[in-house]
Write a protein that binds this ligand. Structure first.
Ligand SMILES: C[S@@+](CC[C@H](N)C(=O)[O-])C[C@H]1O[C@@H](n2cnc3c(N)ncnc32)[C@H](O)[C@@H]1O
Length: 205
């Protein structure tokens, strides 16, 4: 998709916000979201058919749906899941390539097939240790060269993940903002490993 079409798509999303969180604290516009620049980065790295996964749901989910990626989304609350599906139905937007799983990411992620992914967005639960669990199971499925996006970088549990990623030469930072960050993975396969392979981090030997 040409850059200007991606930009127009994001304009559309902001003009017609999916009010999926209106029953969950009713944030401004009815949906919790991140900065437009984050959606631009995601759109720049996805094509129709890209394999994507996110924890949490919102404007980002609509972006993946509209980009036509093969997308898995995990979110715990029935109202947000129902609201998103209704938003799509009312606009005749196909959800053919969306797998929307209602549940908590720490319970759902370990049950999913370990197929490779092109892009992962971590923006679900932000309490310790959820972002770490999300990173372990979701980012562990990224192919070499795949993209990891993490939102709400000011939160302490997220900062723990970033401290490790910034030290690990197998994750190359490609964009860093006060709200979100993105890395490109230089390795592949499971993230399970012993501490003696992590000498780059806090002298772990
Ligand atoms: C900040 S919002 C996500 C915003 C979305 N990424 C966007 O850009 O619009 C956080 C989402 O995470 C969900 N959530 C909270 N705890 C979760 C958990 N343990 N597992 C998965 N999702 C969770 C919330 O219900 C909410 O949908």
């Amino acid at each position: 998709m040409p850059t200007q079409d991606r930009s127009a798509l994001i304009d559309d999303l902001f003009d017609d916000l999916p009010q999926v969180h209106k029953d969950l604290g009713n944030p401004e516009g009815g949906v919790w979201r991140t900065d437009r620049s984050c959606y631009e980065l995601i759109a720049a790295h996805c094509d129709q058919g890209s394999r994507t996964l996110e924890t949490g749901l919102g404007v980002s989910t609509m972006l993946f749906v509209r980009l036509g990626t093969h997308h898995t989304c995990i979110a715990p609350w029935k109202s947000e899941v129902d609201n998103l599906l209704m938003h799509c139905q009312e606009r005749r937007i196909s959800t053919e390539h969306l797998t929307l799983i209602q549940g908590f990411s720490d319970e759902v992620l370990p049950t999913l097939p370990r197929t490779e992914l092109d892009l992962v967005l971590i923006d679900g639960g932000h309490g310790f240790p959820t972002p770490i669990i999300d990173w372990y199971y979701a980012a562990g499925r990224l192919r070499q060269g795949g993209i990891l996006v993490i939102d709400d970088v000011h939160l302490p549990a997220v900062q723990l993940v970033l401290e490790f990623l910034d030290a690990d030469p197998r994750w190359n930072g490609i964009e860093k903002t006060p709200k979100w960050v993105a890395y490109q993975r230089a390795s592949s396969g499971s993230l399970q490993e012993e501490h003696d392979k992590q000498g780059f981090w806090r002298g772990s030997r």
